[in-house]
Design a protein. Structure first.
Length: 619
């Protein structure tokens, strides 16, 4: 048999020798069967090769091309995100003096996810931690505690030297940490307690309402710490680290630094605040009651430059875990030291209401500035007698303010002799226009709105009709009338500046808000101011004479004293409100001494010290 290839490379067979292939034809059936079997085997082998090749490629890719990535994933249980707590912003006085401070505290914590797996080994760690700390933690540490990475806080606020000692002794204990955390500290004693407030651990309700917080965060609870929580709170940072089986740092993978909270600056003058605190404390101690409030405000913008409430408290007990007993005492104290009496104490205000009543009467043309009346020491309505504290004789509205003439104000409010009087409706509406019976809007929590009674209120609450005697009492700040020191000061400040009532503010953010203006004509307010100036010249506030500024010049002051009955004939609240200088007031002051007796004896001396300090240190 010959086989050759032609020029076109086609396979050729010599026809003459075709018979040589006859054996193939004879065995054709057998060949077909064998070929089919071989084809199946070859196909199976080919599939095996393909599958093995794909597996080999994938394995190689995993081991070589993605080796570092999968190593990272395999060790993912040792990569941790550590939160870096952000410091809170500071609270500063008007001169930039810090009223709060951030320091470091030390906590003892256990991270169950880093504890040994065996229960016996875990118990050994727990026993050793208890030995080091000298305290049984069995209520917090259980051998079968789930493996998590949220810390279990065993002890907070460990003293610095003790923290160092424990750190050394606990070295090598899996999952045991001494952790540094920022701690809020309140400076300058108790004088700022009600202004600053305090921070505390976030409650369950607060946690649910504030989605950006962690379960162990601290949050502003009262005072400025609460109102300005969003500004003061910083933004936490994070550190991505690799740790070994003992939880020890191996390497830093990445870090985002925390951002400190924003500072807030106040209108408050720390020096005047301290003087206000000292002056009020002296008078409330003399009263034997220990309670009172004092506020100083700029009547040109509503800025609070001093505010004190007594009794006070130490804010720092709320951020020190070992002070829990002291916290309990504060909450259970019958003298309610946590209440800011300057904004939340509601009281009868006595004769300090008279500048307001005089303004309302002038505005409603009940009398004019020249009207004079000979007022007796007492007037009677049927069987009821309404006395004055002395026989004032012939009196006009300025003199009535200066000498605190009750009969004149009975006349303005309820009518007497030839004067009809305002009547309860006009009087109560006028007092409400001055801001009594509504919140002032000061940037603090817990403010109360007081009460301006009227006929409708009395019928609804007491089931009684309104009598003329009720109007008389309201006209001199007695009866059911109640107001806070902040409300009354805001009203007096609007008289001092001739008609603008500003929203009182502690934080100086560059914004000034006028709540209302123009409800009393300037000419009428000027008359009332002159009456308050005469109270200092020859009336009930004469003891405010002689206050001098830093240049030695005497300051002209307008003022009004008040003595408010409390229901106990032997106990009265002492009030004093004042503003200065007369022509362009920079400061308005109010002082309340609970159960302090006559206002000129208790509240006035404290107000004098406050005003003298302000003008002595001015400029």
């Amino acid at each position: 048999m010959k086989i050759f290839v032609d020029s076109q490379t086609n396979l050729k067979v010599n026809i003459k020798e075709r018979a040589d292939f006859s054996f193939i034809l004879k065995d054709k059936g057998k060949m077909d069967i064998r070929d089919q079997s071989n084809n199946k085997i070859n196909l199976l082998l080919a599939l095996c090769v393909i599958i093995f090749g794909a597996f080999f490629f994938r394995l190689t890719n995993l081991q070589i091309a993605q080796g570092s990535q999968n190593l990272y994933m395999a060790e993912g249980n040792r990569v941790r995100l550590q939160r870096i707590l952000a410091p809170r912003g500071l609270v500063l006085d008007k001169n930039g003096i810090g009223l709060t401070k951030n320091i470091i505290r030390y906590d003892l914590e256990v991270i169950s996810g880093l504890l040994p797996e065996k229960i016996d080994d875990r118990q050994k760690v727990f026993d050793e931690v208890s030995r080091i700390a000298g305290q049984d933690f069995s209520d917090k540490l259980k051998p079968n505690v789930p493996s998590e990475f949220d810390p279990i806080v065993l002890k907070e606020d460990i003293p610095h030297q003790q923290a160092i000692k424990w750190q050394v002794e606990s070295d090598g204990l899996s999952g045991v940490k001494i952790v540094q955390k920022p701690l809020r500290q309140y400076e300058h004693g108790f004088a700022l307690s009600h202004i600053l407030g305090y921070i505390g651990k976030i409650s369950k309700d607060e946690y649910q309402k504030n989605k950006d917080y962690f379960f162990d965060d601290w949050i502003g609870k009262t005072g400025l710490e609460n109102i300005y929580e969003k500004q003061l709170r910083g933004k936490d940072g994070f550190r991505k680290v690799e740790v070994n089986a003992l939880g020890r740092l191996q390497r830093l993978i990445g870090e985002v630094q925390p951002a400190k909270g924003n500072d807030i600056k106040l209108f408050l003058d720390l020096n005047l605040q301290k003087k206000t605190y000292e002056a009020l404390q002296k008078k409330v101690e003399e009263s034997g009651n220990g309670k009172g409030a004092a506020i100083a405000m700029n009547p040109q913008n509503g800025g609070i430059i001093a505010m004190v409430s007594l009794p006070d408290y130490d804010n720092n007990v709320f951020v020190r875990s070992q002070k829990n007993d002291e916290v309990y005492k504060l909450f259970s104290d019958v003298n309610t030291p946590l209440v800011n009496r300057a904004i939340a104490g509601v009281y009868p205000i006595g004769s300090t209401i008279k500048p307001l009543v005089a303004s309302i009467a002038l505005q409603n043309n009940v009398v004019n500035e020249n009207y004079r009346v000979d007022t007796p020491p007492e007037i009677s309505i049927g069987d009821f007698h309404f006395p004055d504290w002395k026989d004032h004789g012939l009196t006009d509205i300025r003199r009535a303010i200066a000498e605190s003439n009750n009969i004149f104000f009975y006349m303005l409010g309820g009518g007497w002799a030839y004067i009809k009087g305002l009547g309860v409706d006009r009087l109560s509406r006028g007092l409400q226009e001055f801001g009594l019976d509504e919140l002032t809007g000061i940037d603090l929590v817990g403010e109360q709105k007081g009460l301006v009674p009227n006929a409708e209120w009395k019928k609804k609450v007491k089931g009684e009709r309104w009598y003329l005697g009720d109007t008389y009492h309201l006209s001199i700040g007695q009866g059911d009338l109640l107001a806070t020191p902040m409300q009354l000061l805001s009203a007096i400040a609007s008289i001092a500046n001739l008609g603008k009532q500003y929203e009182p503010r502690l934080v100086d953010d560059g914004k000034v808000k006028i709540k209302k203006q123009g409800f009393i004509d300037k000419k009428n307010l000027q008359i009332v101011k002159e009456g308050m100036a005469q109270a200092v010249e020859y009336g009930s506030a004469r003891a405010l004479q002689g206050i001098k500024d830093s240049q030695g010049q005497e300051v002209q002051i307008g003022a009004k004293t008040g003595t408010a009955q409390t229901g106990d004939k032997d106990k009265t609240h002492g009030w004093l409100t004042a503003f200065a200088p007369f022509d362009n007031p920079e400061i308005a002051v109010i002082v309340l001494v609970e159960e302090g007796g006559e206002g000129y004896q208790s509240a006035l001396p404290a107000a004098r010290d406050i005003l003298q300090e302000y003008f002595r240190t001015k400029n």
